[in-house]
Structures are given as C-alpha cells and as structure tokens.
Design a protein around this ligand. Structure first.
Ligand code: FES
Length: 165
C-alpha cells in the first residue's frame, strides 16, 4: 500500500463504504449541474420579470443597463443613453422642456453631441449640424434626427415614448 493517500481513497475507506471515484465524481457533477440549473433559472426569472418595477420598459439606461435619473440634467447639459429598441438617445433640457432625439447622425451614423452654447447638435464626423428641434441645418446629414417623447417617471428616471411623427 502506498504512503500517499488520495482524497478518493480516503473517502472509500471510511466505514467500509464502497464509495469509489466514479460515485464521488457523479456527486460532484450532480452538484455542478444543480448550481448551473439554478443559475439558468435565475436568468430566466430575471428575463421574464416585469420591467414595471422600475416604472416601465422604455427607461433611458446607461450602457450597463442602469436607469438614468432625470436630475443628471441639472448638472449636465445633455445625457446620452440607450433608448427604445437599443437606440442611442440624447436628452437635453431646452427652454425648460425635456427633449429626446436619436443620437445617431442621419448621415453615416456617428453619435451627435449637444452644444449648448450654440443650441445645436453637432456631429464630429463630417461637421453635420442639427438645431434644437433635431432639424438638419448644415453639413451632409440628409434628414432630421428622429425625436421621442420624454418624461420623468414616478421614480425620477428619464422615460421615452415612441418616436414623434
Ligand atoms: Fe454625421 Fe457624417 S456621420 S455628418
């Protein structure tokens, strides 16, 4: 008999049990399967849980999925987040009113930024410009930025509605 005892040999020698390596591995695999199954179940529950817990399904969110509070617009001139159908969306406070637009330039798809000093959206890729209504006013963009209704929901987060016609 070897002086070196593996964990499997130690298990099999206790109380004369006939537990062998195969049974031990079956138990370990069973435990892992259970843990994986519980993780999958948790994911499923999270997927189907109603989003109304945070006030609705069209809340503007960060790239990490965190809802964006409306009070960020008190310290920042604009916020960009992920909006309806995953659309990058920019929200500004203009003349005391919240306005939301797709942040995707209608020329070749770069992200626009809000320039409060000029009350314009600016696209850095080819110097496209849009006014505070999202209307293309200079450069190559062929169309206005799609606009969304936006409001502050009961939890204080920015929430969007379908695009305005
Ligand atoms: Fe915006 Fe070209 S992509 S101006």
């Amino acid at each position: 008999m070897s002086a070196f005892i593996t964990p499997f040999e130690r298990i099999s020698s206790k109380g004369g049990e006939t537990t062998n390596r195969r049974r031990f591995l079956q138990k370990v695999l069973g435990l892992f399967s259970t843990l994986i199954g519980l993780g999958f179940l948790g994911t499923l529950i999270g997927y189907f849980r109603p989003k109304t817990e945070l006030g609705g399904g069209n809340i503007l969110r960060t790239g990490e999925g965190e809802p964006i509070p409306a009070d960020r617009l008190q310290s920042e001139p604009s916020v960009i987040g992920i909006g309806i159908n995953g659309e990058p969306t920019i929200v500004i406070r203009y003349g005391g009113e919240l306005r939301a637009f797709s942040a995707v330039c209608t020329h070749l798809g770069c992200l626009v930024r809000w320039v409060p000093q000029r009350s314009e959206f600016f696209c850095p890729c080819h110097a496209g410009r849009f006014d505070a209504n999202g209307i293309n006013i200079a450069g190559p963009p062929p169309r206005p930025l799609p606009r969304y209704r936006v409001f502050v929901n009961k939890d204080g987060y920015l929430e969007l509605e379908e695009p305005l016609a």
